[in-house]
Design a protein around this ligand. Structure first.
Ligand code: BES
Ligand code: MN
Ligand code: ZN
Length: 499
């Protein structure tokens, strides 16, 4: 059911080969990457020689330009052992970065996975850094997996075996583990809400935790009651599926035993109907994606554990289904959150912040050095930044700068929005300590973040609003639509620290 982080080696038939010359690797397809300044240079030069100057002629004729994500298949070229050559553009050599390599490799495997193939080889350029190779490998393992979980006739079929030529074995191993994280997050998000609900998410988390050696503790509704998580419980009350809180812990080799270095927090609303403030059908269609933050944080924690990173880390996923059943929470309700803060409910569709109020309080109690949360929190963030860019919000600029730098390194687009104290006035309530929406719609992503800030107890915290980039309604060269797995790679990079 969940293939990611399986303990079989080599993982999913991925391996490195630093000995065989690329032109002589027998395979169904050989993938070579080129830049726009020299569309027959770099690793392609060797292929160009083997094929008697074919790539040079195609470049001269303008058939191959090296433009970013351009894929040119050449069937049965003479001089190489592969059945076909796929030339993939990377754009300019000067602008080559990890994000471009991740997406270009994904574009290549996405194209080739359109039909069944026994073996594919991809050629790493010797000029790439180890981190660049890792991201290219990760992209190649993500691109061949589609969102077609429920189709009899699959749109994408992962290759029987994938060889990364001229890539160091440890970079291939690391890259496939990063891909496992991204693909796990994508799978959970792409699953139908009838299959993925708080309890089944918690079961999936337990399966994964067992495979990678994460500690796991699942709070059911009785435990949530005992822990006074009334905010989470309120959101879940309109559903026949009770809420769950999944707590994970990783103590890496050599990591301190005291304070967690990091707390990862994810919004896990497994379906968001809006509750009594019901969403219109158009807005509800993709709301299986509303647990993408929780999926990403579970997946990031699993990758961090699988990589055996030397950190002390906790993660918490707040899982609830926002429905309209007879016990549903109501407009005007005043809920006492776990922290003691009372929340007046003005809109049951602003449920993510209500769930996170309790989850943030649970991690705050463990006194982590820093908190990062990911949440498909607001449509307003999409109004501000569009579909591809995540919003960043913080109470600690240095910590936010680290998050932004990690995102930039791996090519996840993010942009910080302000947190002026004046926004706090908008979430004041006449009857409770705070209310769960701002005044009117303007600045809605910020007032939501301001609400969350009330529950982090002054610990350095950065909130990542992934309402836009978590889920893509349209296909791109590097992905069929659906879940993207953002921001798994950013969180893994953040915890690894740059190299
Ligand atoms: N899950 C939604 C936000 C969302 C919208 C995520 C579109 C992904 C795509 C969230 O729970 C929500 O409904 N937010 C409301 C808040 C409003 C009622 C203050 C919104 O953004 O409209
Ligand atoms: Mn909502
Ligand atoms: Zn929601």
């Amino acid at each position: 059911m969940i293939p990611e982080f399986s303990t079989t080696a080599p993982r999913d038939g991925f391996r490195s080969d630093t000995a065989t010359p690329p032109a002589t690797i027998p395979c169904d397809a050989l993938v070579v990457f080129v830049t726009d300044d020299a569309p027959a240079g770099g690793a392609a030069a060797e292929i160009d020689r083997a094929t008697g100057g074919l790539l040079g002629r195609l470049a001269a004729a303008g058939e191959i330009t090296g433009k970013r994500y351009e894929c040119t298949p050449i069937l049965a070229p003479a001089g190489i052992a592969a059945g076909q050559l796929l030339v993939v553009g990377l754009g300019s050599k000067a602008g080559l970065d990890q994000g471009t390599l991740y997406r270009a490799a994904a574009a290549a495997t996405r194209l080739l996975a359109g039909r069944r193939r026994a073996s594919v080889a991809l050629v790493a350029d010797r000029s790439w850094s180890a981190r660049q190779v890792e991201q290219a490998v990760a992209g190649s393992a993500v691109g061949m997996v589609g969102q077609d979980l429920y189709r009899a006739e699959k749109k994408r079929t992962p290759f029987g075996s994938t060889v990364w030529s001229q890539a160091p074995a440890d970079a291939v191993a690391t890259g496939t583990l990063i891909a496992d994280g991204v693909n796990l997050a994508r799978r959970l998000v792409n699953m139908a809400p009838e299959d993925l609900y708080p309890e089944s998410f918690a079961e999936a988390a337990a399966t994964i935790a067992g495979r990678v050696g994460l500690e796991i503790d699942v709070w059911d509704e009785r435990r949530l009651e005992a822990e006074r998580c009334r905010a989470m419980l309120a959101v879940g009350r309109g559903s026949s599926r009770p809420p769950r809180l999944v707590k994970l812990a990783w103590r890496g080799p050599g990591a301190g035993a005291d304070q967690p270095d990091y707390a990862l927090v994810g919004k896990g609303v497994t379906f968001d109907s809006g509750g009594l403030s019901l969403k219109p059908p158009d807005g509800m269609l993709t709301m299986k994606c509303d647990m993408a933050g929780a999926a990403a944080m579970l997946a990031a924690a699993a990758t961090i554990a699988a990589l055996r990173l030397p950190v002390n880390l906790i993660a918490a996923c707040g899982l609830a289904e926002n429905m309209t059943g007879p016990a549903a929470y109501k407009l005007g309700d005043c809920i006492t959150a776990r922290s003691g803060t009372t929340i007046e409910i003005h809109n049951t569709d602003a449920e993510g912040r209500v769930v996170l109020a309790d989850v943030l309080d649970v991690v705050r109690e463990a006194k982590p050095r820093r908190i990062i949360d990911a949440a498909t929190l607001t449509g307003a963030c999409m109004v501000a930044l569009g579909n591809d860019v995540a919003g960043l919000f913080t109470n600690d600029q240095a910590w936010c700068d680290r998050v932004a730098a990690a995102a930039r390194t791996v090519g996840d687009p993010v942009w910080q929005l302000p947190m002026y104290p004046e926004y706090d006035d908008q979430i004041r309530s006449e009857v409770a300590d705070i209310k769960n929406v701002g005044e009117g719609r303007w600045g809605g992503a910020i007032t939501a973040a301001k609400f969350l800030e009330r529950f982090v107890g002054g610990i350095p915290w950065t909130h990542v609003d992934i309402a836009g980039p978590a889920f893509s309604e349209k296909p791109r060269p590097w992905t069929d639509g659906g879940a993207t797995g953002m921001p798994v790679r950013t969180v893994v990079e953040l915890v690894r620290g740059g190299a």
